[in-house]
Design a binder for this molecule. Structure first.
Ligand code: COA
Length: 258
C-alpha cells in the first residue's frame, strides 16, 4: 500500500511515532490516512525493534476527527472499510500505545484515546464527541468503554450533548493520564514511551494483554454494532444536513425532522 503524505512515521530507538499531518484541515482523517496508520501499526506489531508506539498530531492539533467531506462523498459502510480496520487495529494492538494530544481532538480523535494505554494531553486540549450533533451515534466502542471509565452519567453527558470538554474533565473521566503545559506534552509522552521501552518487553506486553483481555470480545462486538448503526445514519437526511451545514459554514437546522 502507498503511505499517505498525511501520516508521518518515524522511529527513535525502540519508540515509533505516528503523526497525523494534514494541518490545513486540522488533521481531519481521510480513508487513506486510516489505511496508512493501520499499515504503520501493523509494521510496528511485526518489528521486534519497536516496543512502544506514540500517536500524535501536529503542533496545532491532534485531529478534527473524520473528514466530513469524505463522510458525505464516500461514506464508509460495512465493517471492511479503512476506518473500521483502523479501529480494530488499535483495539487489538499488543504493544503499548501512547497518545500525545494537543489542540482539538474531535470524534474519533477522542474515541481512539479509549484504546490507548497512556494518554498525555496538553493543558490547552479541547476534546469532543459530537456524534449526536452530527446526526450520528458513538463509534470505536465508545458507548461501551466510556461508561466503563467514567460511569453512565458522565458518558451520557459527553456522548449525548457532545459539548467540547477540557483536559481536566478528560482526566476526571479516566480518558487522560497526564496533563502537561502545551510546550511540554510531547516530551512528557516521549519520556513515558522511553520509560516503557526500557522495561522487559514481554512483561509489558503480557501486562497489557491481561489488562485488556476481559473486554476484548465486548469491545469488538460493540464496535461492529455501532458501526452498523453509524453506517445507516451516515446516509440519513439528519447527518447529511449536519455535515452539509459544516461544509457550508452555517448552523444545522434539524427542525423538519420528527
Ligand atoms: N472534515 C473536513 N474538513 C475539516 C474538518 C473535518 N472534520 N475539520 C476542519 N476541517 C477544515 C475546515 O473545513 C477548514 O477548511 P478550509 O480552510 O478549506 O475552509 C479547515 O479545516 C480549518 O477548519 P476551521 O473550521 O476553519 O478551524 P477552526 O479552528 O475554526 O475550528 C474545529 C476547528 C475542529 C472546531 C472545526 O473545524 C470543526 O468543528 N470541525 C468539524 C469536526 C467534526 O465534526 N468532526 C467529525 C467528528 S465525527
Amino acid at each position: 500500500m502507498t503511505q499517505s503524505a498525511h501520516v508521518l512515521t518515524a522511529q527513535s530507538g525502540h519508540v515509533m511515532t505516528i503523526n497525523w499531518n494534514r494541518p490545513d484541515k486540522k488533521n481531519a482523517l481521510t480513508q487513506e490516512m486510516y489505511a496508512s496508520a493501520s499499515h504503520a501499526l501493523q509494521s510496528a506489531a511485526n518489528d521486534p525493534s519497536v516496543r512502544v508506539v506514540v500517536i500524535g498530531g501536529t503542533q496545532e492539533c491532534f485531529t478534527a476527527g473524520n473528514d466530513l467531506a469524505d463522510f458525505l462523498n464516500n461514506p464508509p459502510l460495512g465493517d471492511d472499510t479503512p476506518v473500521a480496520r483502523f479501529l480494530r487495529t488499535i483495539a487489538t494492538f499488543e504493544k503499548p500505545l501512547i497518545a500525545a494530544v494537543n489542540g482539538v481532538a474531535v470524534g474519533v480523535g477522542t474515541t481512539l484515546l479509549l484504546h490507548c494505554d497512556l494518554v498525555v494531553a496538553a493543558d490547552t486540549s479541547v476534546l469532543s464527541m459530537p456524534f449526536v450533533k452530527l446526526g450520528l451515534c458513538p463509534e470505536a466502542s465508545s458507548s461501551y468503554l466510556l461508561p466503563l471509565l467514567g460511569g453512565h452519567q458522565r458518558a451520557s453527558e459527553l456522548l449525548m450533548l457532545g459539548e467540547p470538554f477540557d483536559a481536566h474533565t478528560a482526566k476526571d473521566c479516566g480518558i487522560v493520564n497526564r496533563i502537561a503545559p502545551a510546550e511540554d506534552y510531547q516530551r512528557v509522552a516521549l519520556d513515558l514511551a522511553e520509560q516503557l521501552a526500557a522495561l522487559p518487553p514481554a512483561s509489558v506486553r503480557a501486562t497489557k494483554s491481561l489488562l485488556k483481555q476481559s473486554h476484548l470480545t465486548n469491545v469488538d462486538a460493540r464496535m461492529r454494532e455501532e458501526g452498523e448503526i453509524f453506517g445507516r445514519m451516515l446516509t440519513q437526511p439528519e447527518a447529511i444536513e449536519a455535515m452539509s451545514a459544516f461544509m457550508e459554514r452555517r448552523a444545522a437546522d434539524f427542525s423538519r425532522f420528527g
